[in-house]
Design a protein around this ligand. Structure first.
Ligand SMILES: Nc1ncnc2c1ncn2[C@@H]1O[C@H](COP(=O)(O)OP(=O)(O)OP(=O)(O)O)[C@@H](O)[C@H]1O
Length: 602
């Protein structure tokens, strides 16, 4: 028997029966866990909706009583029954309206609570998941889980379920009232259910297909838009605007076509409903009229029967739509439950090693590593990096340099063997200790929205302004930061606050300096900087590397020169290991690389 775990098979739509059942059960479990804390409120809401619908349905019966009993009594000078009917109508009207208002508030609160709970769970959980998950599950998909999927669920909760519950109760109570009042009219109403059923079935099968096409068409529009805007530089560089315009035009056309078909469908369904409603009212009037004439039915009862029949069809359209919103919400919940079922592949230790001060001795003990089982990246890796050493890691693209860096940062765990820091397996370190001891500065030097100071303070959230400025000074970033429109308070993502690639790196160096880790991993940016910026970055690096272990994925000659030791990697193995001078003087791979670099600089 196959078992689907997490997001596996999310893009498939050919599930076996067992798989479909598993997925359904998973989303039901999620739904159950969302509803469980709200059970008391759900019970109260159910009571309120039942009473409010009953109050609404009571109206025509009270009118019938007023006409059939009140009027004859009034003619006989007894105003009491009419007054009673009027008062009852007024009270049920007021109570009904009040309860509807209460129900609206209650159900909105419940749906908000569910959505907020779900939104938080998705955010916290996806953030907790390991890098392995994020490297294969694209950010586009995560964004859809948080936006369109949650929107589908919101739509179902906000309107769908309300309409279904209210509509269903309304129709049920009307049918009961009608049968109690006049069973013959009740039978006429029941007869109308057959054409109603056929029309609704026809509408649902068509609309389900069209809504699915419409969702795909609108998703394509969004994907096209997002791709164009995120790749706007490439679009401009390759003059792709015209092609994009044509493609976008076609997608808009497809979207328009399918929406036109949806409108046509409603153009048949809505009048169809009205016609069935009118014909049923006509038949109730005809049959009832004859029976009134023959004295078998009171005129007030006929009037109430007509009102009931008329109102019976009111919630029909919304109820027919329910199925669509239910389907997209169910699909959304299935996908979300898949994401929530994923487990971090790099779990936190159950019993972390006690608080400890790291010296920065890194040791790869017989490590084997593969991203996917069938493709080993590091076949057999042993490496000792003494505390305080600066290592430059070089090698051709795909050699495994970033993989090594990710293992030291514990973004991944080895498939076998262990990576140790001061003789403690990284798997036994508390995440807080791990992050304090080991910091990785990535190539893109990501800056979050907020001020420059906030971005530096990421390295030490409780840092004072003084410490932030000292860190910036140490790496030589202070001068340019002071030159920004608002100095340290400049918002890096606003116009005017834009910083260059070199400046971005200096900010991320200041961030790492402030964090003061014992081990620093640095994936050097490949983009070449101009000579003054390069010099600035080199100086900053020297300050940053002093007194700590450092592993630099080096792309620049000048960086290699400041290293104590150079490691050359090929196909997941270290093929050369020595001081820069020794290797440059030799005849190996690094000497060749070095010669090529030097030539490229001339
Ligand atoms: N998330 C991943 N899933 C599967 N395979 C991966 C993943 N990341 C890297 N690889 C593979 O692992 C191998 C080593 O990649 P790695 O990124 O470590 O190389 P690198 O030496 O850092 O290269 P570069 O200098 O181009 O960054 C490559 O063959 C790559 O295809």
């Amino acid at each position: 028997m196959t078992t689907l775990v997490g997001v596996e098979g999310e893009e498939r739509n050919d599930f076996t029966k067992t798989e479909s059942r598993q997925i359904r059960q998973r989303s039901l479990r999620l739904l159950g866990s969302l509803l469980h804390p709200l059970r008391m409120r759900l019970v109260l809401t159910a009571i309120v909706v039942v009473v409010s619908t009953a109050a609404q349905v009571a109206g025509p019966a009270i009118i019938a009583f007023g006409i059939d009993n009140g009027l004859p009594a009034l003619i006989a000078n007894n105003w009491y029954p009419v007054a009673l009917a009027g008062l009852a109508y007024l009270i049920t009207g007021v109570i009904g309206a009040g309860l509807i208002a209460w129900y609206t508030v209650l159900s909105a609160r419940i749906s908000q609570a569910i959505l907020i709970d779900l939104r938080k769970r998705v955010f916290l959980h996806t953030q907790k998941l390991s890098l392995e998950f994020h490297e294969s599950y694209t950010s586009g998909r995560i964004i859809s889980r948080q936006t369109s999927d949650l929107d589908s669920i919101r739509e179902l909760l906000d309107s769908g379920i309300n309409q279904l519950v209210q509509g269903f109760l309304y129709m049920l109570f009307i049918a009961i009232a009608l049968f109690t009042l006049d069973w013959v009219s009740g039978v006429v109403l029941i007869c109308s259910l057959l054409p109603l059923y056929l029309l609704t079935r026809w509408f649902q099968s068509r609309s389900q297909r069209l809504f699915r096409i419409s969702r795909v068409a609108s998703a394509k529009l969004i994907v096209h838009f997002v791709e164009t805007m995120t790749g706007i530089r490439a679009v401009k560089a390759f003059r792709k605007e015209k092609r994009n315009e044509d493609e976008f035009g076609e997608l808009v056309e497809d979207y328009r076509d399918v929406n036109a078909r949806v409108i046509q469908l409603f153009g048949i369904f809505d009048p169809g409903l009205v016609m069935i409603g009118n014909v049923t009212v006509g038949v109730v009037l005809l049959v009832g009229g004859f029976r009134v004439a023959e004295g078998q039915l009171a005129i007030g009862a006929l009037l109430a029967a007509l009102l009931y029949t008329r109102r019976f069809f009111d919630p029909m359209e919304e109820m027919a739509m329910f199925y669509n919103s239910y389907q997209s919400a169910a699909a959304a919940l299935e996908k979300i439950s898949g994401v929530l079922e994923e487990e971090p592949t790099v779990p936190d230790p159950v019993q972390p090693v006690d608080l400890w001060e790291s010296r920065g001795h890194v040791f790869f003990d017989d490590v084997q590593f593969a991203y996917k089982k069938d493709r080993v990246i590091l076949p057999d890796f042993t490496l000792d990096i003494p505390a305080g050493q600066t290592i430059a890691l070089v090698g051709s693209t795909g050699a495994g340099k970033s993989t090594l860096a990710k293992l030291i940062s514990r973004f991944y765990d080895p498939s076998s063997g262990s990576v140790r820091l001061d003789d403690v397996d990284l798997r036994d370190l508390h995440p807080k200790d791990l992050r304090r001891a080991i910091v990785m500065v990535t190539q893109e030097a990501y800056l979050f929205s907020g001020s420059v100071a906030d971005n530096i303070a990421l390295g030490k959230p409780d840092a004072t302004r003084e410490e932030i400025m000292r860190a910036a000074e140490a790496v030589g970033a202070d001068e340019f930061i002071r030159g920004l429109p608002n100095g340290y308070d400049t918002d890096v993502n606003k116009r005017g606050g834009r910083v260059s690639a070199g400046q971005r790196q200096l900010i991320s160096f200041a961030r790492a300096f402030l964090a003061n880790p014992s081990v620093l991993i640095l994936d050097e940016a490949t983009s070449s900087l101009d000579i003054p910026s390069e010099r600035l970055v080199q100086q900053a690096l020297q300050t940053l590397l002093a007194d700590r272990t450092a592993v630099i994925i080096a792309h620049r000659l000048s960086t290699v020169a400041i290293a104590d030791r150079v490691l050359v990697m090929e196909h997941g193995r270290i093929v050369e290991d020595g001081s820069p001078e020794d290797l440059i003087g030799g005849t190996g791979r690094f000497a060749q690389l070095h010669a090529a670099w030097r030539d490229s600089l001339v």
